[in-house]
Design a protein around this ligand. Structure first.
Ligand code: TA6
Length: 320
């Protein structure tokens, strides 16, 4: 089983503008739509689309819990979120220009979790996780969930022996690296933030890959660099016309992990993930992609392999 954990989900309010966003004017919207928000939930959406069983976990505000879970149901995401009393799940407002001119995102402050909710999540994981499971912890952390709480969460997952994937930023990403989790997906800025001294990005990634099973360093529309099993995989994404790139990285992570969980085939996983993310950016909301479209795009994904790129220490090689 795959579990995704979205500690700080959102309801994405998609605002489709009549004209490109501009200051000092009333920017009129031609349409408003809602989508699920939060990196872990997007990962679950991709896993479900690829028919890989998964359960979306995390915290959601009691005040708009029905709306949040209604969107999860509409996206066919199996879930078991913990309701946090006296607060609402935040909204991410995504302003989308017409004619594929891009989008901007504004995210509200988060809800605040208490010790009770944090303990409930840890208890659920301790009771359910098995060594053959995979867990994705993705996105930001809510108010009340400190770095020490994240360390406790990641440690409970590692103690269960499950394959631990993290799509985290800033100090949370640094913690995941220190704990030597099994998968991380930093972007170029996040990798640069990890560099202390005179290393290139590729030198830093090779260093990290000596203790982390699989690293995917995203380079946006250019594709990504993957380090796995001592090899470096340079992935070039298909060229597509972008409508909304919100959630593309999450789609990549969810479809990569779904395929990797099923096949342990790194190249197949990278190809499927690149194709699904390329499909996603061609659609208007934060999560939707078309599997048929992805299966066609997969033929346009290019992978260059540089073998024996770095040494690897003995550690978990895949979820099994
Ligand atoms: O990655 C896309 C997205 O999950 C949006 O759906 C929006 O909710 C935002 O990112 C949330 O970002 P955060 O880093 O706070 O989890």
């Amino acid at each position: 089983m795959i579990y995704t954990i979205t500690l700080n989900p959102a309801i994405d309010r998609l605002v489709f503008l009549e004209e490109p966003l501009a200051k000092r004017k009333n920017n009129r919207a031609r349409e408003i739509r809602y989508d699920i928000g939060g990196k872990g939930t997007h990962g679950s959406y991709a896993m479900s689309k690829l028919k890989v069983a998964n359960l979306a976990l995390g915290f959601a505000g009691e005040q708009n819990f029905a709306k949040f879970t209604q969107i999860l149901a509409e996206k066919a995401i199996s879930h078991q979120f913990l309701a946090v009393p006296d607060c609402a799940t935040r909204e991410s407002i995504i302003l989308i220009d017409p004619d594929n001119l891009g989008s901007a995102m504004v995210t509200e402050p988060s809800l605040k979790v208490s010790v009770k909710e944090k303990q409930s999540l840890l208890t659920f994981l301790a009771e359910h996780l098995k060594p053959e499971d995979m867990v994705l912890v993705a996105g930001s952390q809510p108010e009340g969930f400190e770095l020490a709480d994240l360390k406790e969460l990641l440690t409970v997952i590692q103690k269960a022996g499950s394959f631990l994937a993290c799509d985290l930023s800033d100090e949370a990403l640094q913690l995941a690296v220190e704990l030597a989790v099994d998968f991380i997906k930093p972007n170029e800025f996040e990798i640069e933030a990890l560099i202390d001294g005179q290393q290139t990005i590729e030198e830093k990634l090779a260093d990290l890959a000596e203790k982390i099973t699989c690293i995917v360093a995203s380079r946006g529309s250019k594709g990504c660099l993957c380090y796995y099993g001592g090899n470096q995989y340079k992935v070039t994404a298909p060229k597509v016309s972008e409508i909304n790139d919100t959630g593309a990285g999450d789609c990549f992570v969810g479809s990569f992990l779904a395929t990797f969980y099923q096949t342990q085939d790194i190249e197949a996983s990278l190809k499927m993930a690149s194709a699904c993310a390329a499909s996603k950016v061609q659609h208007e909301d934060s999560s939707f992609f078309d599997v048929t479209e992805a299966n066609q795009l997969i033929h346009s994904v290019e992978i260059q392999i540089e073998e024996e790129n770095y040494a690897i220490s003995n550690r978990k090689s895949s979820p099994s």
